[in-house]
Ligand binder design. Structure first.
Ligand SMILES: CSC[C@H]1O[C@H](OP(=O)(O)O)[C@H](O)[C@@H]1O
Ligand SMILES: Nc1ncnc2[nH]cnc12
Length: 287
């Protein structure tokens, strides 16, 4: 199988990647179950790229139902080094306006019903996550926004909530008091799992609404999110395309390609055979 170094995860409103040529659908099975959909593998301006619709084509999967482990493992199987995530987010600050892009560099976890690690079942590992976003991919996104001529703010905190209901006003104001920038329901587990799988991850967060904190402004609705996504999806496509072109040349390695080297705590002789087998792609080189 040809190595595909670049993976794109498309969120609400982005169910295909414009400009992908030579497309083939690749159905991937993983030891963690089925990914959200087939991976659409093709070339973007000559570079092999794999696209996955996070919620499945037709938007069928709730944030809490997403099999994040399968989605990220599938990317690893393809040989992905850099994951580019595209997501719709609510703004928690006046200055982040609908249609702006934000490239967050931090997360706050407000989820409670998700699988956010590949480890367990007899193996313990703790990876560093102080800087959850890969600056190489974030820089490519920032450069791409500039090139395309859209607002692309580098840095900011993404609150990841469980959903599927949007926040209460008290919650929204609480997150604002913490200084957070944007809110969504999907990116934190992807970032954690990408790190455990030694891949790079960054998010292009498209502001679609002001959540529910802004006085004199309508509370967020799906209608509003989709309307802004539609209005701005061409820009999102252009930015992703330019970001792919701005990534390191083929053959590059993620800066996180050896983070598991000192992260595994478990005595090698004590790792159950079934767990070893399940995690072979991720930890085989260390055992
Ligand atoms: C359609 S509004 C809520 C929905 O939109 C965001 O999805 P994604 O991150 O996949 O773009 C948010 O996280 C929620 O899942
Ligand atoms: N206000 C919001 N809260 C959570 N997820 C979102 N996705 C888009 N807008 C959102």
């Amino acid at each position: 199988m040809q190595k595909v170094e670049i993976g794109i995860i498309g969120g609400s409103g982005l169910y295909a990647m414009p400009g992908l040529t030579g497309l083939r659908e690749q159905v991937i099975e993983t030891p963690f179950g089925a990914p959200s959909d087939a991976y659409m593998v093709g070339e973007l301006d000559g570079r092999p790229v794999a696209f996955l619709a996070r919620h499945g084509r037709g938007h069928r999967i709730l944030p809490s139902e997403l099999n994040f482990r399968a989605n990220i493992h599938g990317m690893k199987q393809l040989g992905v080094e850099y994951i580019l995530s595209v997501s719709a987010v609510g703004s928690l600050k006046e200055e982040h306006k609908p249609t702006d892009f934000v490239i967050p560099d931090q997360f706050i976890d407000r989820t409670f019903a998700r699988q956010g690690t590949f480890f367990g079942d007899g193996i313990v590992a703790h990876v560093g996550f102080g800087d959850p976003i890969c600056s190489v991919v974030a820089e490519a996104f920032a450069k791409a926004c500039e090139e395309v001529g859209v607002v692309g703010k580098r840095g900011g905190t993404y609150v990841c909530m469980e959903g599927p209901q949007f926040s209460t006003r008290a919650e929204s104001n609480l997150y604002r008091s913490w200084g957070a920038d944007v809110i969504g329901m999907t990116n934190l587990q992807e970032a954690k799992l990408a790190r455990e799988a030694e891949m790079s991850y960054a998010t292009l967060a498209m502001v679609t609404d002001y959540d529910c904190w802004r006085e004199g402004h309508d509370d967020v609705t799906v209608e509003q999110v989709i309307a802004v996504m539609h209005q701005n999806s061409a820009n999102a496509g252009k930015v992703v395309r330019a970001a792919v072109a701005a990534l390191p040349a083929p053959g590059g390695k993620s800066p996180f390609s050896d983070v598991l080297k000192y992260a595994i705590m478990t005595d090698k002789t004590k790792i159950p055979a079934a767990t070893r087998e399940k995690l072979d792609l991720l930890i085989g080189k260390y055992l």
